[in-house]
Design a protein around this ligand. Structure first.
Ligand SMILES: [Fe+2]
Length: 384
């Protein structure tokens, strides 16, 4: 029996209106001058205005500052500029608000604050992670679950590929999950980000590592998504559905501390090479990935199907997989996610580059069943 480590450490506040707790928490932490890290789109939204109002009311002689320049796929410069703003205004904490990108930049910027001027790529060899400024995460999408993750994905200048910075010290000191901040998310983005959360739950549950705690969290995340995502998609103002999706997204990310699988290896290059939204890329590859795994490990998706509400307890392995895969196929179609790669501008001549990057991606190494370069090519062709 190998040694394994289980960790679920992030203090999380949940509920409609939970943002209003922020000033009291800042006071408890002794935070006086936070830097808000976000993107240009978000500063125009009601979610950002709600945060500004909340901090404004709390400030009374204190101050807060904003770095709004994070790119949709974050680059090194986003981290450098955030750290420079932090230092310029003598800040003492980072509050990141938005989707996964501002959250990832907010986490990483604290390292550059501590070690100004250091080549960003050198942080991958960093040993001393002590003394980082406190980090508070406020997600406005329900997808990546970056708020509870201990990693930060930044595209490096030197390689133009996404690199994953990973350390427990990157974790947030506080996460605020307030569904009121997600009601403005349009249906298309609600669907795509929700599909990312669903893929996290399915891939983490089915990867073979021993982690029954993550397995339980992943299955309950699937149940919540199956129930709430169609409702949030149809009616963005449904606070109950929005709340369940926020929690399910965080659960997906907690679960994938276990690992991910082949669908994420297919999705990552679709973003870096073809510019597809990460959630959309997962959605377009999910069913093909499930068919691939089920054919090699019958019965793999029985409990996924049961979590979706299907009666599969006494069904044969292959029938249980088939019913679950059909449910996911219909579920994604109901969210408008039944298109193909070519519908989103992916060209057959990009196939070689996609396969090359997918082979290098680490996620498929922890997939439910082994994956070869030829398998990755075949899977891309199936969804092209
Ligand atoms: Fe993902």
């Amino acid at each position: 029996m190998s040694l394994v480590s289980f960790s679920f450490p992030t203090p999380t506040l949940f509920g409609a209106g939970s943002l209003s707790e922020l000033p009291a928490r800042l006071k408890t932490f002794g935070i006086l001058r936070p830097l808000i890290v976000t993107d240009m789109g978000l500063v125009q939204t009601d979610a950002f205005r709600a945060l500004a109002r909340t901090l404004g009311e709390a400030a009374q002689g204190k101050q807060w500052f904003v770095y709004p320049g994070v790119h949709p796929n974050p680059i090194e410069n986003d981290v450098r500029e955030s750290a420079a703003e932090f230092t310029r205004h003598n800040c003492d904490a980072i509050i990141a608000i938005g989707g996964g990108s501002p959250l990832d930049v907010g986490k990483a910027a604290r390292l550059l604050v501590k070690r100004p001027g250091l080549d960003f790529a050198k942080f991958y060899d960093e040993r001393d992670w002590s003394g980082l400024a406190p980090f508070i995460a406020i997600p406005t999408t329900a997808g990546t679950g970056s708020e509870v993750g201990r990693s930060s994905v930044i595209t490096l200048d030197s390689t133009h590929r996404k690199a994953v910075l990973f350390h427990p010290e990157l974790l947030a000191k506080l996460v605020i999950l307030d569904p009121q901040l997600t009601t403005g998310l349009p249906p298309k983005l609600t669907a795509a980000t929700g599909a990312d959360a669903l893929t996290h739950c399915i891939e983490s549950y089915t990867c073979p590592a021993f982690h029954p705690m993550c397995d339980g969290i992943a299955l309950e995340g699937i149940r919540l998504i199956a129930e709430a995502l169609p409702r949030a998609f149809r009616n963005g103002a449904d606070l109950d559905a929005r709340g369940k999706m926020l929690v399910a997204a965080a659960m997906g990310a907690v679960a994938f501390q276990k690992d991910l699988g082949v669908v994420h290896s297919l999705a990552h290059p679709l973003s870096t090479i073809c510019g597809l939204h990460h959630g959309l890329a997962n959605a377009l590859c999910l069913v093909a990935g499930m068919k691939f795994c089920a054919a090699r490990k019958p019965g793999l998706y029985r409990r996924v199907g049961i979590a979706c509400g299907l009666d599969l307890v006494k069904t044969s392995d292959s029938a249980a997989d088939q019913a679950t895969i059909q449910f996911i196929t219909d579920f994604l179609a109901g969210l408008g996610l039944n298109t193909r790669l070519r519908d989103h501008g992916v060209k057959p001549e990009q196939l070689d580059a996609l396969v090359a990057q997918a082979v290098d991606d680490p996620c498929h190494k922890t997939n439910a069943v082994p994956v070869t370069p030829a398998d990755l090519r075949q899977l891309y062709q199936e969804v092209m």
